[in-house]
Design a protein around this ligand. Structure first.
Ligand code: PLP
Length: 623
């Protein structure tokens, strides 16, 4: 499961084979113990475990490594981070980042009016920035300007040229001096899935000509000192550090150009993009990154310093808007496995029995194949078996094969595939037609969750997340599996798993026994929590906020129950009394025609009410 490669030291496998959270050196707790405590309290799963200590640790680490690079290179100004709250607007997340970042003057970034309203209400260090990105109307700009009167260091970033006039107009009307940033479309591009966020065709930002016009316009207005920040962003999850360096150099050249044109910029904002190594491969693969947070900080500081030196301009305060890298590690989604299905289950007994005399000839043929398959003939045998299975189905459709023979034939076919799969396990070259064999034979582990609510990026953009059983990690897994969720949507499945060299089609798992079997989905604290949708009316998942204490102890500081069915139904325009009335009317009518007894009516209404107030996920008695 590659735990040491992707965990960044925040998770580890204990000697007892348990997955543990490690919130700081010496503080470890098995995730299984936390889940057991939640279940003992009578709460239902799935649940998200949040570790504010991990989140605070990430904020600290980012600020410390920038601090170290600045000290090492003798950079004359400092670093200030800004957390883009769109990555995760949850209260626990924003408040933890704000408080862990207070001493570093780590700020916030809002991309909409609602996000700004939320950010303005946060306690922030007076120097901490509150960056306003995204397209803006007058209301957005006014709110940002009011923020300055509250003593907050609000900077309004111009994303398109026409916003400048709006800002100037509102600032004059309110009599508030604005602080303005300007986003520049770098021609440098990121790498990986968000490459399109940068480059000349990017959605946001001004080109060089527009940038210079902003400077001229502000000079004309006698407000050039309001232009405080140059902002750039080449996309999230930049996998290749070389792209970062190229972009930062271009951004610093642009900064120097603006200074030369008469601007008095204070901040250079290099945007987001600091990656997360989801698969632990440390490569430029889209789910990875070929650098560390420390190397990122060193390269940003060094590149800005070198370029400023060459251009003879003062060094700016460095800003980054890292979101993913701060939040991904702190949250783990716990999935209970509720059942296992698969093409090879419940079949083993039948396969070995020799076919009866009166069995169909096809069944006899397939049984021969199972007996005679070898390393030398498996390809030929495979093709024969595929042909036999096709014929079996054709004959069944025409009524010449019984349901019993069909069942036997399908079982034999699976036995053939399993034998071949074992034979080719150690083969370097696998024939094309057999490449998917492992996936075809894999079990489906049914997990109590909705992919669309909890891991939308896996569905939408094939994002990979490490998935690991919470215990039994000292036992060799015996099954290969894919995961399916409980939505009525065949897309609700996970069929891609991390691998050091590529993507794996199946996940090795243990045969679930009498004890509940739980899987943890890791590194899901960025974007997943807030992008999810309520497909099938599966709502927000319950959350436990956990603090790890010395001696393997922990506190569940807060348990936030997931959305109730009633809330999900009401979000679609229904009202609870209306639903209850309708059921009561129908029950009364059923009483009259005698399909319900008075006792049953009472129970029915009670059950209905209970489900309205219940969790939207499956609720089994965990034992
Ligand atoms: N800043 C801007 C302008 C963004 O658009 C984004 C997201 O793409 C971010 C910051 C956050 O990026 P990341 O989560 O990769 O750090």
């Amino acid at each position: 499961y590659q735990v040491p490669n992707w965990s960044g030291g925040w998770f580890r496998v204990s000697d007892k084979g348990q997955l543990e959270a490690t919130t700081s050196p010496g503080l470890h707790v098995p995730l299984r113990a936390i889940v057991d405590e939640i279940v003992d309290r009578g709460e239902s799963l799935p649940v998200i475990l949040r570790f504010p200590q991990v989140l605070a640790g990430r904020v600290k680490h980012l600020n410390e490594v920038f601090g170290q690079a600045i000290a090492e290179y003798g950079y004359t100004r400092h670093y200030q981070g800004v957390f883009p709250i769109k990555v995760n607007q949850r209260r626990a997340v924003v408040e933890t980042v704000a408080s862990a970042g207070y001493d570093y003057a780590h700020g916030l970034e809002a991309g909409s009016k609602a996000e700004l309203a939320l950010c303005l209400a946060q306690r922030m260090h007076p120097d901490a920035l509150l960056c306003c990105n995204g397209f803006k109307d007058d209301g957005f700009i006014k709110l940002a300007l009011w923020g300055r009167t509250l003593g907050k260091n609000v900077v309004i970033t111009i994303e398109k040229f026409s916003e400048l006039d709006r800002i100037l107009k509102q600032a004059k009307a309110l009599g508030v001096r604005p602080a303005i940033g300007v986003r520049f479309k770098l021609h440098a591009r990121g790498s990986g899935q968000w490459e399109e966020s940068g480059g000349d065709q990017a959605k946001f930002g001004l080109n060089a000509y527009e940038l210079l016009r902003v400077v001229e316009r502000l000079k004309e207005e006698g407000m050039i000192d309001s232009l405080v920040m140059l902002h750039t962003h080449i996309g999230s999850q930049i996998t290749d550090i070389r792209r970062v360096k190229v972009a930062v150099r271009e951004a610093t050249q642009t900064y120097a150009g603006l200074i030369a044109a008469g601007a008095e910029l204070k901040y250079l904002n290099v945007g987001g993009g600091l990656g997360v190594d989801y698969d632990g491969s440390k490569t430029t693969f889209y789910a990875s990154m070929n650098y560390t947070v420390k190397e990122y900080a060193a390269d940003v500081v060094y590149t800005i310093q070198e370029t400023c030196k060459a251009r003879g301009v003062p060094e700016p305060i460095i800003i980054s808007e890292s979101g993913r890298a701060l939040t991904a590690h702190h949250a783990v989604l716990i999935l209970p496995v509720i059942d296992v299905t698969g093409p090879t289950r419940n079949l083993e007994d039948q396969e070995l029995v020799a076919p009866a005399e009166d069995s169909h000839q096809l069944i006899k043929d397939m049984h021969e194949i199972v007996q005679n398959i070898s390393m030398r003939n498996y390809r030929e045998m495979y093709n024969d078996a595929v042909g036999d299975k096709q014929t079996l189905h054709d004959l069944f459709d025409l009524g010449y094969v019984t349901l019993q023979d069909r069942a036997r034939g399908e079982a034999l076919f699976n036995a053939i595939l399993r034998k071949i799969s074992k034979l080719i396990q150690s083969e370097k070259y696998v024939p094309d037609e057999l490449e998917d064999l492992q996936k075809v034979l894999a079990d489906k582990y049914i997990c109590n969750f909705s992919l669309f609510q909890s891991l939308p990026d896996n569905w939408a953009i094939q994002a990979l997340f490490p998935i690991v059983p919470l215990d039994r990690l000292n036992q060799k897994p015996t099954r290969q599996a894919t995961l399916v969720d409980i939505t009525c949507d065949s897309d609700g499945k996970i069929e891609k798993f991390i691998d050091l060299r590529d993507v794996k089609a199946t996940l090795p798992l243990h045969e679930p026994g009498k004890q509940p079997y739980y899987l943890g989905v890791f590194l899901m604290g960025a974007y997943q929590d807030v992008l999810g949708s309520s497909h099938n009316l599966f709502g927000k998942v319950s959350e436990a906020h956990v603090t790890v204490r010395p001696g393997g102890r922990f506190n569940i500081d807060l348990f936030v129950r997931g959305q109730k069915a009633r809330r999900m139904i009401e979000s679609m325009g229904y009202e609870e009394p209306m639903l209850r009335d309708s059921i009561e009317d129908q029950a009364d009518a059923a009483l009259k025609v005698g399909t319900l007894t008075p006792g049953q009516e009472h129970e029915l209404l009670e059950d209905y009410g209970e489900e309205l107030l219940g969790y939207t996920y499956l609720e089994y008695e965990e034992s």
